[in-house]
Design a protein around this ligand. Structure first.
Ligand code: TYM
Length: 330
């Protein structure tokens, strides 16, 4: 039996947070044994906000090293850089022609980004979810492991697959999101009502995968909590709820185990322990990252081989699409 196909990606826009790790990458590791997985570094997406070219190059290789350090294995999965597979941009164009403006203007992420960056409201930001749909549909993906914030984009990918299949003939698999219940939305340490994000102006709001132990201790110590004083997982205590989620993700302990362990214990002690749990969880990743990042030959081998395989599969789908819309074969 053929293995189901999994696709996901992260933007190389610098500094990956533990939100990216818990909500996405951490869940990708186990999928590698069961499915045929494609994990991309989505640099075409990254340029929808201004990037310094040399930083983008560095961040792309950094992200590849982080993928490896987290346990993505090029022997098992196809790991590649999005811009190395031209079919992504080509399919995006075709999908653009069946995407309604109204649907794109209802995308929460677009609305948020356009509120924040009025002076750079480029067309790429608007059609960003169409590129994401192309990423997914090119590989006949069935499962897309992402954090909660990508759910709406996934709906669009499903809609476009169905619309194309209906208008022409069955061409794309209709993908399903794979969103874990816990950890799918890690919140800012400074404002537990908004998502943890690397674009937060306040660096105390997020922890980066590559943060030093002292920075992790400091940020967790300053994390916003409440005056209730109990370690309980509930919506009245969003700060504590978020910290329990982080604790659970890194320790593997269940929410109940954590609540029981910290019954009657103060926030100070809980935060100290949490910091150590996070530091310990990130240590092997940071260590491996430092080994890999200087091995440019290895990194190059991984992304070249990944691109070769990805191009082969993506072009198969693109050829079908071009034929169906009526383009003369090249
Ligand atoms: P990006 O780069 O913003 O984030 C990468 C992944 O991390 C998840 N994530 C979070 N999960 C939990 N809590 C958080 N605070 C948090 N912040 C981020 C995201 O949900 C995502 O899974 N558009 C995508 C990248 C992309 C993609 C794709 C994903 C492009 N093409 C195709 C899947 C399939 C993005 O910007 O993710």
């Amino acid at each position: 039996m053929e293995k189901k196909i999994v696709f996901s990606g992260v933007q190389p826009s610098g500094g990956l947070t533990i939100g990216n790790y818990i909500g996405a990458i951490k869940n990708w590791i186990d999928l590698q044994d069961k499915y045929d997985c494609y994990y991309s570094i989505v640099d075409l997406h990254a340029i929808t906000v201004p990037q310094v070219p040399k930083d983008l190059r560095k961040n792309t290789l950094d992200l590849l090293a982080i993928y490896s350090a987290c346990g993505l294995d090029p022997e098992k999965s196809t790991i590649f850089i999005q811009s190395h597979v031209p079919a992504h941009a080509e399919l995006t164009w075709v999908l653009n022609t069946i995407t309604y403006m109204g649907q794109l203007s209802r995308m929460t992420q677009f609305k948020e980004k356009s509120r924040k960056s009025k002076e750079n409201l480029n067309a790429g930001l608007f059609t960003y979810p169409v590129l994401m749909a192309a990423d997914i549909l090119l590989y006949q993906t069935e499962l897309v492991p992402v954090g909660e914030d990508q759910k709406q984009h996934l709906e669009l990918a499903r809609d476009l697959a169905e619309r194309f299949n209906n208008r022409y003939s069955p061409t794309f698999k209709v993908p399903e999101p794979l969103i874990k219940e816990e950890g799918a939305r890690i919140m800012s340490l400074q404002d537990p009502e908004s998502k943890m994000s690397k674009s937060d102006e306040n660096e105390n709001g997020y922890i980066l995968i590559l943060d030093e132990p002292d920075a992790i201790r400091r940020k967790i110590k300053r994390a916003v909590t409440d005056s209730i004083g109990e370690i309980k997982y509930n919506d009245e205590q969003l700060g504590i709820k978020n910290l329990i989620n982080i604790y659970s993700a890194f320790s593997g302990d269940s929410i109940e185990e954590i609540e029981n362990r910290y019954k009657g214990v103060g926030y100070g002690k809980f935060k100290e322990d949490l910091a150590e749990v996070v530091i310990e969880g990130l240590m092997p990743i940071q260590k491996k990252y430092k080994e890999i990042i200087n091995n440019k030959d290895y990194l190059e081998k991984v992304y070249r081989e990944g691109a070769e395989k990805a191009n082969y599969i993506a072009n198969k789908t693109l050829r079908k699409v071009y034929k169906k819309v009526g383009f003369i074969q090249r």
